[in-house]
Design a protein around this ligand. Structure first.
Ligand SMILES: [Cu+2]
Length: 173
C-alpha cells in the first residue's frame, strides 16, 4: 500500500517537474520585461518553500512517532511463543517450526559463526519480517501468523558457498 502511494506520488511529481521544465524551455526564447515576473515568482517560491518545510515537519513527526520500529506487532498482554533461531553456515537451527494461525511469535535470532540475514517469507513469498543474525548478539523479530501455509526463512546476507541452501520451512496450520 505505502509503496503504491510512494510510487504514484513520485510519478505525479515527476510529471509536474517535467511540465515546468517544458514550460520554461518553450518560453525561454521570448523577450520580455522580467522584473514583474521575478517579483511574482519570488513570492510563489517563498510560499512554496514555507509549505514544503511545514509538510516536512508534519511528515517527520508523523513517521518518527512510531520509533523504535522493532516493537512487538501483537497487542499488549499477549504472551508470544519464544523461538530460538540460531544460524550456522549453512543451515538454520529453529527451535519450533510448527505453529497455528493466530500464534504470536518472538524469534530470537543469532549466529554461531559469520553474519547472516534472517528473512521470513509468507506463503506468497513476500518478505514479512527480517533482521540481521549477528555473532554474540541476539536480534528479536516479532510476528503474528494470520494466514495458514508454508513460510520460509531465507538467508539475506551472502555468507559463503552454501548461502543459497539456507532455507528453513515453518508450517502454519
Ligand atoms: Cu547465510
Amino acid at each position: 500500500m505505502i509503496q503504491t502511494v510512494a510510487w504514484i506520488t513520485s510519478l505525479i511529481f515527476m510529471v509536474l517537474i517535467g511540465i515546468v521544465f517544458g514550460w520554461v524551455a518553450l518560453n525561454s526564447t521570448k523577450k520580455e520585461d522580467y522584473q514583474p515576473i521575478i517579483k511574482k515568482w519570488y513570492k510563489v517560491r517563498k510560499v512554496y518553500g514555507i509549505a514544503l518545510v511545514a509538510l516536512m515537519v508534519i511528515v517527520t513527526i508523523y513517521t518518527l512517532r512510531d520509533l523504535p520500529y522493532n516493537e512487538p506487532v501483537y497487542s499488549a498482554g499477549v504472551e508470544p511463543i519464544i523461538v530460538d533461531a540460531e544460524v550456522l553456515q549453512f543451515s538454520w537451527n529453529i527451535s519450533q517450526t510448527e505453529f497455528e494461525v493466530g500464534d504470536s511469535v518472538e524469534f530470537r535470532v543469532t549466529t554461531a559463526d559469520v553474519t547472516h540475514g534472517f528473512g521470513l517469507y509468507d506463503p506468497d513469498m513476500e518478505l514479512i519480517a527480517q533482521t540481521q543474525a549477528m555473532p554474540e548478539y541476539t536480534n528479536n523479530v516479532y510476528i503474528t501468523f494470520d494466514e495458514p501455509g508454508s513460510y520460509e526463512i531465507l538467508c539475506l546476507e551472502y555468507c559463503g558457498l552454501g548461502h543459497h541452501l539456507m532455507i528453513a520451512t515453518l508450517e502454519v496450520k
